[in-house]
Design a protein around this ligand. Sequence first.
Ligand SMILES: O=P(O)(O)OC[C@H]1O[C@H](OP(=O)(O)OP(=O)(O)O)[C@H](O)[C@@H]1O
Ligand code: HPA
Ligand SMILES: [Mg+2]
Length: 179
Amino acid sequence: MKDDVLKTLIGEEELKERVRELGEQITRDYQGKNLLLVSVLKGSIAFMADLMRAIDLPLSIDFMAVSSYGAGVKTSGVVKIIKDLDIDLKGYDLLIVEDILDSGMTLSYIMEMLEAREPSSVKICTLLDKPERRQVSVAPAYVGFTVPDEFVIGYGLDYDEKYRNLPYIGVLKPEVYTK
Ligand SMILES: O=P(O)(O)OC[C@H]1O[C@H](OP(=O)(O)OP(=O)(O)O)[C@H](O)[C@@H]1O
Ligand code: HPA
Ligand SMILES: [Mg+2]
């Protein structure tokens, strides 16, 4: 697994520190609100698990699963809903928790779908932002790190369903997906 990593982009300690800061910021911003964290599976699993414990507020959580990359390093352009939310969103202040904002296809699709259900508010918290690859405009309220135009893996992020369990964010060797 480690042989396929070109370099470490964000180490474990740096991830931990930034998640702690985001948690503090969200704790300040959502005082008195009815916070619902919406985790977008599978990529957000590690970030969600750490972020929710860094927020010192009463909150609810729910999960949806979407997929558009499959076994590739470019979006298929088709966002497939694999699992929808269980909770009725009326009265909740939604914070969508994502691992990465890349082309923007996934988050723009999800935002539109969730706003139509009339929650009190909807905002985005993404661990990583890769602005160079944006195809649709999406404005996240919280961003952990801005990353360059390279395919990243680890801390939940996969290539062809692998590498999600790396404890850091790394760049995948291009030879892994070009061979
Ligand atoms: O901005 P975009 O170009 O849409 O890319 C971002 C999305 O792509 C990845 O999901 P993926 O389809 O790989 O599913 P996964 O989370 O199960 O890996 C990632 O987790 C985001 O949800
Ligand atoms: O760089 C990436 N890595 C893993 N999954 C992704 N989904 C969009 N961009 C990426
Ligand atoms: Mg993926």
